[in-house]
Design a binder for this molecule. Sequence first.
Ligand code: ADP
Ligand code: MG
Length: 387
Amino acid sequence: MTNDELSQRFAEIYGGQPEAIASAPGRVNIIGEFTDYNNGFVLPCALEFRTQVAYRQRSDNSIVAHSLQYPGQKDEFPVDRVIEPGTNQWGNYVRAVAFIIETMGVKLGGMDLLIESNVPQGAGLSSSAALEVAVGGAINAAFNLGFSPTELAQIGQSAENDFMNCQCGIMDQLVSACGQRDNALLIDCLDLTTQLATMPGDLVLLIINSNYPRKLVDSEYNDRREDCQAAADAMQVSSLRDADLSALEGAKTRLTDTQYRRAKHVITENQRVLDALDALRNSHIETLSTLMAASQMSLRNDFEVTVPATDWIVDKCTSIVGKKGAARQTGGGFGGAVVCLCQSESVEDITRKIEVEYPKATGLHADIFRCVAGDGLSITPRNHTSS
Ligand code: ADP
Ligand code: MG
């Protein structure tokens, strides 16, 4: 939706124009899975799918939020007392961000917010991080709080961890805040430093949502975290970031087979991310293809977070793109999406085969998104004379 259209909708709901529009993107992870909470490396890119938040300060102490994706609903809460969860799940993301900012000692005032987004929800593109970063960006700009994009990402992560009870790492929020058009962003999750790498201009970025019903995700996720920490403890390092394969071999007798394989995934995946950064920078697609295939095997056999549906999609994509492209399961696992880099002439073949064969193989229907690496958080002040 254009800024003018969103401002128009804002005026219909609240009367008058917004001060500005904050906008933050969804993301896809190219490589580096389950490494973020082990203080390792990830290599995601921001997408052109974005969540916009039009905002204006109010003279009272209430934050009022509407979302064009939830018509007829409204969330309203006071900011001059401790912010509690409300009855709207989506409104709780707004409350979560305001709550975290207030726990940092900031006293907020009232705001009118209107949310609009083309990030598909629950499709593995992290619409929640886009919302958190856009809301954080709006509050930051409205009250001149001076938070950096990295700090806004940390606020978004805390909102998800401490208010929404979802123990995600920093990747989604950081790339949503700091991503750059046409680039992937290497994030060192230990110190949150970043490096850019241009996405190969001749490849199309496809994201294929398996629509596999994700179950037991939280308990499995927590089991993996515990296994990783147990392996780090056995090697006497604070996180798997500081371990290598020889240390892992040395600790093997002190680990269960499961803990050993979980740690092996993380240690080898960290190296693959660094190698993928080089491969992208040198436009070496064949190397990227090998690295993403190795990541998939490691996720499947050692970390055990893939499912037959996503394995099927990866295998299908790989059989079509060969070494001229790459594919693997991306995101939190146990279903979710597949990321595929392919040449433009393969798009039709991939799309058709997934549309026809995937339902027969799995009984499911997949959604295919053709994407471009987009920019991170932006704030556009409303020019009152331009409407
Ligand atoms: P995802 O993988 O897309 O991040 P999540 O379950 O983590 O999936 O987050 C999706 C939730 O985020 C939605 O159920 C909703 O509560 C909230 N959300 C995302 N986008 C919007 C939006 N445009 N308007 C209101 N709420 C949104
Ligand atoms: Mg999410």
